[in-house]
Write a protein that binds this ligand. Structure first.
Ligand code: G3P
Length: 219
């Protein structure tokens, strides 16, 4: 399973990259706004800065909601850097735009997926990734991981090449469950990635090892 970081914060991206476990980055307009990035030029420069930090795919989302606007913005984003994947919301215009962009060999990430039907349309249009939002489904008393499992199963059964990118991950358990059900990618906040490091027995064990070493080496 690939590991993406779900942020537009350059310091966090650098920190995850420095750990050597990062396969890519996802952003969205809310994450860009959180970093205070505004204005077309600043937004484009920020995407380029992210691409300079990581080796893998970087999802950059279109703001336009009309078909013409989506494909114009998508082509502009894709031309920015070879690592850019154009993120497009699952709407009727979004599906048409994904079909157009995939026909031009521009990679796409169909976002805001909350059902298998939406994932089916995105896959048929040629999306490189679909992004089902686990946490937001869980927030609404619906099992987000179950949706990941259903989409993985039907993509495998019918041989769709579209990758399942589990998004809206909130905690380490979401990541482990994504592994269990066969998600291709998990995009996670840095806190959840680093949370995987934690276990009290590791802390106790390390303290014991160091104490024993000190006991016999400080004589
Ligand atoms: O990748 C989508 C993600 O950023 C949404 O996460 O926590 O706002 O539901 P969240």
């Amino acid at each position: 399973m690939k590991f993406f970081i779900d942020t537009a914060n350059l310091e966090q991206i650098k920190e995850a990259q420095a750990m050597g476990i990062l396969d890519g980055v996802t952003t969205n307009p809310s994450l860009m706004a959180k970093e205070g990035i505004s204005g077309d030029e600043n937004v484009l420069n920020h995407y380029k800065a992210i691409c300079e930090i990581v080796d893998g795919d970087v999802s950059a989302e279109v703001i336009a909601t009309d078909y013409e606007g989506m494909i114009k913005e998508g082509e502009m984003l894709a031309a920015l850097h070879p690592q850019i994947v154009v993120k497009v919301p699952i709407t009727e215009n979004g599906i048409k735009a994904i079909k157009y962009l995939s026909g031009k060999n521009i990679r796409t990430n169909c976002t805001l997926i909350f059902s298998t039907g939406q994932a089916l349309l995105a896959a048929k249009a040629g999306a490189t990734y679909v992004s089902p939002f686990i946490g937001r489904l869980d927030d609404n008393s619906t099992d987000g991981i179950k949706l990941i499992e259903q989409i993985v199963d039907f993509f495998n059964y019918y041989g769709y090449e579209t990758q399942v990118l589990a998004a809206s991950i909130r905690n380490t358990m979401h990541i482990i469950r994504c592994l269990e059900v066969g998600a291709d990618v998990a995009t996670c906040p840095l806190s959840a990635i680093k949370g995987l490091l934690n276990h009290p027995l590791t802390d106790i064990g390390l303290a014991q090892f160091l104490a024993d070493h000190k006991r016999v080496n400080n004589k």
